[in-house]
Write a protein that binds this ligand. Structure first.
Ligand SMILES: Cc1cc2ncn([C@H]3O[C@H](COP(=O)(O)O)[C@@H](O)[C@H]3O)c2cc1C
Ligand SMILES: O=C(O)c1cccnc1
Length: 603
């Protein structure tokens, strides 16, 4: 069996060259630029997913994972658990909604029993049962971590075997009475949002029923205390076997360059989990529709996916996914069969595309938009920007380094090659500095003994700072890791020499701290270069400068501004550690921008 880590490692970024070729082709089609909207984006994304300029769909499938939920004994669904099994019979006879829609678009439906209560499986249902139903999550964990991982593996195997048969798109489907409860619970923890904002009627609960469901979810979270930083912990405590199975389907499909169509809120919860396991799998996801369940919108927002349909659907099974298939096929067919302007002997209607955002890489600006240079008409300024601009791929890399830079606290021991370190230092040295004063020095520390002394200095300071915090904050503060200082192969001390450049450094007289601003730019350059090199950096700033001066023999007028631990790591978290641990949230950019004068915000 392929290990989870192997599968994750196989998930590649979408192919930018193929995406660009597709984008250029679309641009030359005989239609106004951008006029096919989401279909254009679909075609570009499919090119990136399949890593070919002319993507195709030979075969498509919907995987319906089925599992039952112990939490139904709390009365969280309008229907009894027995409906899960009855519907499995319905799928087997080809009479459920998903069968009808799949038949209409020529997709096959694969039904997998991964954890239902049904004892005798109807014909055609694949038996991969882990056990009959989860435990009631209001009373304890829904399943064990091992069971969750087993379910993920079943999903991976299902997707990989479909990929091997030549399937190019997999739609996600599920059946499991009670599973909107599990999905809202997972979303509440992973999105850190109040349960009531994410919980809906599911199969059709009335008002009181939804209130009860909210209470049950809150109870489950209180009882299980899932760790939001450990996504498999969340999945196993609050999830369902079918949800975990779908996580595996997503990872398996992405690892084989197969597009994944997300259905409603339950498959959305699985997508959120898969994304936290390996963010790259997001680039393989297409959102079919917006479910009426409230959590769905927040999940899709987090994933940066825009749903194709707003049809008020709330069924699941893969029905939305089935509706999206013809749209994806239409998108590809248009790019293959429409005439281009050049075929008609006409010039392309607009300048060659130079500046557009590749949807899959617009990671922070999560709305995936394809912007064509042609649609901006700011004349010569845009032209000169286009002349100086990097290629789309280079730009994407720069923004990616910025967005994926993280402060990392856990390192592998492996040594850092000298030439690699030199590249980082060169990046630091190319930072801007006011009046070109270049006030920095870089002290490279590899000695274990010196690193230990630095760690002790940091530890002493952290203990001293603890008095500023109380309760939970104090606990979190005391857990902040400074072990990095001894774990990482290199510690870099970056210093500031205020005498550098003499007394009359240009631009420094009125704002003396410009020297510190300059050193900060050098630190940031090193950090971004390290991210691009796949290296982790942790900035330790608890220490008394005097201690560090003494340990590193730094003269008294020189300031040790930062200690950076640098090395290899196993994990670059998606969010800053201080954000995921609940210390602080990223502020809203809009609220920080004023127009013309302090405090005035544009509407
Ligand atoms: C007949 C029937 C067919 C369905 N097909 C999908 N679901 C959907 O409803 C269930 C989730 O809602 P809740 O959390 O409220 O139980 C899942 O099985 C989902 O796939 C169905 C539900 C019913 C009743
Ligand atoms: O969003 C869904 O797919 C959904 C919503 C309600 C009930 N079952 C599924």
């Amino acid at each position: 069996m392929e290990k989870l880590l192997e599968v994750i490692n196989r998930i590649a970024r979408p192919d930018l060259v193929s995406m660009r070729k597709m984008q250029e082709r679309i641009h030359n089609l005989t239609k106004p630029v951008g006029s096919l909207g989401a279909l254009e984006e679909l075609a570009v994304r499919m090119a990136g997913i399949q890593a070919v300029p002319e993507p195709k769909i030979d075969a498509k499938a919907i995987v319906v994972m089925c599992g039952d939920h112990g939490v139904t004994e709390e009365g969280v669904s309008a229907y009894p658990s027995a409906v899960t099994g009855l519907m499995m019979g319905n799928f087997s006879r080809g009479r459920a909604a998903v069968n009808v829609l799949a038949k209409q678009c020529g997709a096959k439906v694969i039904v997998v029993d991964i954890g239902s209560y049904l004892q005798e499986l109807p014909e055609g249902v694949i038996d991969r049962k882990i056990r009959s139903g989860t435990n009631n999550m209001a009373k304890g964990p829904a399943m064990t971590k091992q069971e969750a991982v087993e379910a993920i593996h079943i999903g991976i195997e299902t997707a990989v075997s479909l990929a091997e048969e030549g399937t190019h798109v997999i739609g996600l489907g599920e059946m499991g009475i009670g599973n909107t409860t599990a999905s809202s619970a997972i979303a509440a923890v992973l999105l850190s949002k109040p349960v009531q904002e994410l919980t809906g009627r599911g199969t059709g609960l009335e008002h009181n029923g939804v209130d009860k469901k909210v209470e049950v979810i809150k109870q489950a979270i209180r009882t299980n205390r899932p760790d939001p930083n450990d996504v498999v912990d969340v999945l196993s405590k609050l999830g369902g076997m079918e949800i975990a199975g779908l996580v595996g389907v997503i990872l398996g499909a992405a690892s084989r360059k197969v597009a994944i169509v997300i259905d409603g809120v339950i498959t959305g919860a699985a997508a959120l989990v898969a994304y936290q396991i390996e963010p790259r799998c997001r680039d393989y996801m297409i959102a079919s529709h917006l479910s009426a369940e409230p959590a769905h919108r927040f999940i899709l927002d987090e994933l940066g996916l825009t749903p194709l349909l707003h049809a008020g659907m709330r069924l699941g099974e893969g029905t939305g996914a089935a509706l999206a298939f013809p749209m994806i096929e239409s998108a590809l067919r248009l790019t293959r069969e429409m005439a281009t302007f050049s075929e008609l002997g006409l010039p392309s209607p607009a300048p060659e595309l130079e500046t557009y955002t590749l949807p899959s890489l617009a990671l922070t600006d999560k709305r995936t938009t394809v912007i064509s240079a042609a649609s901006s008409n700011d004349g010569s300024a845009a032209e000169s920007a286009a002349h100086h601009a990097f290629t789309a791929e280079e730009k994407a890399a720069v923004y990616r380094a910025i967005e994926e830079r993280r402060d990392i606290r856990s390192f592998k021991k492996d040594p850092l090659p000298d030439e690699l370190l030199m590249r980082l230092l060169r990046a630091g040295h190319h930072a801007p500095s006011v009046g070109f004063m270049q006030p920095w020095n870089f002290i490279v520390i590899r000695s274990e003994e010196t690193k230990l002394q630095l760690k002790q200095a940091a530890d002493k300071e952290r203990r001293a700072l603890l008095i500023h915090y109380e309760g939970e904050k104090a606990e979190k503060f005391s857990k902040l890791k400074i072990e990095a200082l001894t774990e990482a192969p290199v510690t870099l001390c970056i210093t500031l020499d205020p005498t550098r450049g003499g007394l009359h450094v240009l631009g420094r007289n009125s704002i003396p701290e410009t020297d510190l601003a300059s050193v900060s730019c050098a630190i940031q350059n090193i950090w971004l270069a390290a991210r691009a090199e796949g290296l982790a950096v942790g900035w330790v700033s608890f220490y008394k400068k005097q201690d560090v001066r003494q340990i590193l023999q730094i003269p008294p007028h020189v300031d040790p501004v930062a200690l950076l631990s640098i090395g290899y790591t196993d994990h670059f978290p998606k969010q800053p550690i201080l954000e995921s641990s609940g210390w602080r949230k990223r502020l809203s950019l809009e609220e920080l921008i004023y127009t013309e004068e302090w405090g005035t915000q544009s509407k």
